[in-house]
Design a binder for this molecule. Structure first.
Ligand SMILES: Cc1cc2nc3c(=O)[nH]c(=O)nc-3n(C[C@H](O)[C@H](O)[C@H](O)COP(=O)(O)OP(=O)(O)OC[C@H]3O[C@@H](n4cnc5c(N)ncnc54)[C@H](O)[C@@H]3O)c2cc1C
Length: 288
């Protein structure tokens, strides 16, 4: 279908973009790569009266290390993240997720800021960003503010952002030599959203045990779901096959996933257990 008519703006600065959002309020929508916005406009699920395109705004496309923090500009594409040696080295779960978003076209145009702001429950980044302890930097009419990833995702397609705010940067602590991370997802076809996605960030103790674990699932709730019971199981002893199975079973408890055309709720619960085990093992086998 063809989108309803809209007014198009391509501001040259962030301040200009914020002014436009303030002027037009909830009638306006930001556009990053258009990879979620345009399909929704074509289907007329969304029909903004004004589209504010960020492509001309400078300094939103970067990946850099700043001491113990990795900083990523909101307009950084999935392709750039997946190919970045710094991200592969320090935050491999993020590189994993960036590499399995959609197809090459989507990865070349879609951005981490757009994906996070879109907040699809079955998208690949949200669980990874929560597991990695990311923070969102947003700019609005009242200036900049920072929102932790755990507070950012509020519901399906709903974030803590005000309609007048723009995500400018996503940052997260560098994972040190004792940390390993991975992201794995199950989807029907390569280009599909996750039926279930699992992000795991593990910390190894000096004795070679799992001393810390953050395990977060996508696709099984309206927001990323942290598998706290599974994390406790992983820390309780050596990571052998029995413990991985036990962690998978723990992750399945209390899940209340949706049923849709991709998979029913029980299937999502069953594969969650399997994917928690696989992802934890993939993370554990990684060494810096
Ligand atoms: C065929 C196809 C397959 C896909 N498969 C997957 C998949 O497997 N996994 C997955 O995770 N995703 C998938 N996607 C979605 C993809 O990840 C998009 O890249 C992502 O949703 C965001 O796209 P974008 O950066 O182009 O943002 P846009 O589509 O331009 O914007 C998305 C939303 O975010 C808002 N927005 C954009 N930038 C900002 C910002 N800086 N600050 C505040 N709000 C902002 C917009 O107003 C809009 O509401 C797929 C998309 C397509 C078309």
């Amino acid at each position: 279908m063809i989108p309803r008519a809209f007014e198009y703006f391509d501001p040259a600065t962030l301040e200009e973009a914020v002014d436009l959002l303030e002027r037009y309020g909830e009638d306006a929508r930001l556009m990053a790569g258009g990879q979620s916005l345009l399909p929704m406009m074509k289907l007329r699920v969304l029909s903004p009266a004004q589209v504010v395109d960020l492509w001309r705004v400078p300094d939103l496309d970067y990946i850099r290390q700043d001491g113990g923090v990795i900083r990523i500009g909101a307009m950084t594409t999935h392709y750039a993240l997946n190919g970045s040696p710094l991200i592969r080295e320090t935050l491999p779960a993020l590189a994993d997720a960036a590499g399995v978003v959609g197809d090459p076209l989507v990865r070349n145009l879609g951005t981490i800021g757009g994906s996070a702001a879109h907040a699809a429950h079955n998208a690949d980044y949200p669980s990874v960003l929560v597991a990695l302890g990311a923070e969102f930097r947003a700019l609005g009419p009242n200036g900049p503010r920072t929102v932790p990833a755990g507070d950012f995702f509020m519901d399906m397609f709903t974030t803590a952002l005000e309609p007048t705010e723009i995500v400018t940067e996503i940052s997260m602590p560098v994972q040190g030599a004792t940390n390993r991370s991975a992201y794995r997802k199950l989807s029907r076809r390569g280009t599909d959203f996750a039926i279930v996605g699992v992000a795991a960030v593990l910390t190894e103790s000096e004795e070679g045990r799992c001393a810390g674990a953050r395990v977060v699932l996508s696709g099984v709730g309206s927001v990323p779901v942290r598998a706290v019971e599974a994390e406790e199981v992983l820390k309780a002893g050596p990571l052998d096959a029995d413990r991985l199975r036990e962690a998978g079973e723990a992750a399945k408890r209390n899940l209340d996933p949706p049923s849709d055309v991709q998979a029913d709720a029980q299937y999502r619960i069953d594969v969650s257990g399997v994917y928690v085990g696989r992802t934890v093992m993939a993370a554990w086998e990684r060494r810096h």
